[in-house]
Design a protein around this ligand. Structure first.
Ligand code: GLU
Length: 607
């Protein structure tokens, strides 16, 4: 895990964002303010959006105001995040798009996950020079070998074709405008650039774009990305073939297979396997959502290749067996942590790309399986971690002999990514999580095109084991944790939410649902509440405020809490969520983080 910001930087980010007076830019429509002010909550009836960024939220609002639907607005916001949050998302990456269609009442999803190139061998993470596995950092993280075939642009195209009203060209317009006129650099952007400085210096194009004049852009300065604007313009003119075929596809393949580092870098940068054919053949998957019933709600999530839907769903099925609302908050949190550990054990054993391995999705979401898993949950004592996985091939919901110890599933997922939520006046809803994996992806900007390539293939298990569902296989999608979630109540959307955060995404989504549904919090409180995450490891990682509030009681129950953060930064945050709650009378409450990652931006259509 590699959170990107210190707590101090985060609050400084809020301040900076609030203090920078919105400068004006001249456009063909006359001067226009650059959106910089961030509101964590907005309430309206004619459309709503929540993202981490005011420019992206403004782009969505513009589309909604002009009559576009939630899908149009979600693509406009995502494309804008490619400009303003280039270290977390963009056309060089992938993601998962969940859509509730008001007319049919159905939830459908698009799996736009990056894939392994077809020539990627299963020993790709072994250094041929030494015969030993590459180190995760820096070799795999800053490499060509971890670059997967990007799926984001194909996701936008498919979503618009299926459910949107705008063309891709129209949906890209607000983002292209922001790329050309520039946006105001905040503390988060500067800090994320500094976090990546060594990697960006290793590539001429990355250095030129993100370290102009040798330094990360200053807080309050205007950052433009004309090369990305030109790339978006080319896509608007020619369609996605401007990306998946022709010169840009050849250029991406060339730099992945032969990373062009600058002479004065020590970074090793192992080459990868991407070919123009991989790009030409990339296909999204339109697929059913996972569904779990939870206390009168229907919770829809992302099926494999993401582990999000099954792991959140299984944990909820376990928790549904207990009346959390009748417990003290500490007891309820104990159940949340224990259910999460059990679900993570099963995630490690069973989850991988369904097109390559047989994932027992139905069993993992079966109430009888949950009943059997709940046998290992002691309401008054934390189990010794790691707990063992269940047997999804044979279960009857009856408690058997206690299982022995489990295995630690090594967690190498990095923290970056971004999440957005949109609802329109007709009741359509989009929950979309997109990423380039690590903050800064592979570190490799495509020369002349203004966007970073992902390093998503680091989400494969790094050591090859033929029994591992997440082992490297050519053409396969690495297992994700992204968990965009739409919850219905009485057949109507109730809340949509999601978050970045690597494997903590799953627990953040789970915790927010428990906060909202069981612990009596409003949706604002459910997002702002301090977080903790138990992913079947010895320790529970928690935000300092969580430890202050619940540490003593949970320690007494046998949990070992350690502050979030790692050796790289003193970051103490988990996730950066967005949500919309849909209330009676078409009331839409859009909610963003009040402070994590510099705070997010919730907006509604006002007239
Ligand atoms: N690569 C991660 C995943 O797909 C997301 C990374 C993150 O959220 O930081 O689950």
């Amino acid at each position: 895990m590699r959170p990107s910001l210190t707590a101090a930087a985060t609050s400084a980010g809020v301040l900076a964002a609030l203090l920078v007076a919105a400068p004006t830019a001249t456009s063909s429509n006359g001067p226009e303010a650059r959106p910089t002010v961030k509101d964590p909550t907005a309430v309206g009836r004619k459309g709503a959006v929540s993202t981490v960024d005011p420019e992206a939220s403004a782009a969505a609002i513009k589309v909604l105001r002009r009559g576009g639907n939630a899908v149009d607005a979600a693509v406009a916001a995502a494309a804008t995040l490619g400009v303003t949050e280039p270290f977390s998302a963009g056309i060089g990456g992938g993601g998962y798009f969940v859509h509730y269609d008001a007319r049919s009442g159905k939830v459908r999803t698009i799996d736009g996950r990056e894939t392994a190139p077809r020539k990627m061998p299963n020993d790709a993470f072994i250094d041929p020079a030494t015969g030993k596995p590459y180190n995760f950092t820096p070799e795999l993280v800053t490499s060509g070998v971890s670059v997967g075939v990007p799926g984001t642009l194909a996701t936008w195209e498919r979503a618009l074709d299926k459910w949107g009203t705008l063309s891709l060209a129209e949906a890209l317009k607000p983002a292209t405008k922001v790329a050309k006129r520039g946006f105001v650099v905040d503390e988060t952007f500067r800090q994320q650039t500094l976090d990546n400085e060594e990697r960006f210096r290793a590539y001429r194009a990355s250095k030129k774009l993100f370290l102009p004049g040798g330094d990360a852009p200053k807080v309050g300065s205007i950052f433009r990305n004309r090369e990305l604007a030109a790339t978006y313009d080319a896509i608007a003119d020619l369609g996605t073939r401007a990306f998946y075929r022709g010169p840009l596809a050849r250029l991406m393949s060339d730099i992945v297979r032969d990373p062009r580092t600058t002479r004065n870098t020590d970074l090793p940068v192992p080459p990868g396997y991407l070919t123009p054919r991989d790009l030409r053949d990339y296909a999204v998957r339109v697929q059913r959502a996972t569904k779990s019933d939870y206390r009168g709600h229907e919770v829809y999530g992302m099926a494999p290749s993401s582990s999000g839907g099954t792991t959140v769903g299984e944990a909820l099925n376990i928790l549904e067996r207990y009346d959390l609302s009748a417990m003290t908050v500490d007891q309820a949190l104990h159940h949340y942590l224990e259910a999460s550990a059990l679900a993570f054990a099963d995630r490690g054993k069973y989850l991988g790309d369904r097109a390559f391995v047989d994932v027992p999705v139905r069993a993992l979401l079966d109430d009888r399986f949950a009943a059997e898993r709940a046998c290992s949950l002691n309401p008054t004592k934390a189990a010794t971690k790691p707990v063992a996985a269940g047997d999804a091939s044979s279960y009857d919901g009856v408690c058997g002999p206690a299982a022995g110890g489990g295995e630690v599933d090594e967690d190498t997922e990095n923290i970056s990514t971004t999440n957005l939520t949109v609802a329109d006046r007709w009741g359509n809803v989009v929950e979309y999580t997109l990423t380039i994996e690590q903050t800064g992806g592979s570190g490799m900007v495509v020369p002349g095109h203004g966007f970073l390539l992902n390093n998503e293939l680091t989400d494969f298990s790094t050591v090859y084991d033929p029994a591992d569902p997440n082992r490297i296989q050519p053409g396969k999608r690495p297992r994700s944790s992204m968990s965009p979630t739409i919850v219905l109540k009485d057949g109507k959307p109730f809340v949509a939410l999601g978050s970045p955060g690597g494997s903590t995404i799953i627990t953040t989504v789970l915790q927010m649902l428990v906060n909202r549904i069981d612990l009596g919090m409003t949706i604002q409180e459910a997002i702002a509440a301090p977080r903790a995450t138990q992913r079947n490891s010895v320790n529970v990682t928690a935000e300092p405020e969580f430890i202050a509030a619940h540490g003593a009681a949970l320690t007494a129950l046998g949990h070992t809490l350690v502050p979030a953060g790692d050796a790289f930064t003193s970051a103490a945050e988990i996730g950066a969520a967005t949500a919309i709650e849909l209330g009676p009378g078409k009331r839409l409450t859009a909610v963003a983080e009040p402070s994590r990652r510099g705070g997010g931006s919730a907006k509604v259509v006002k007239r």
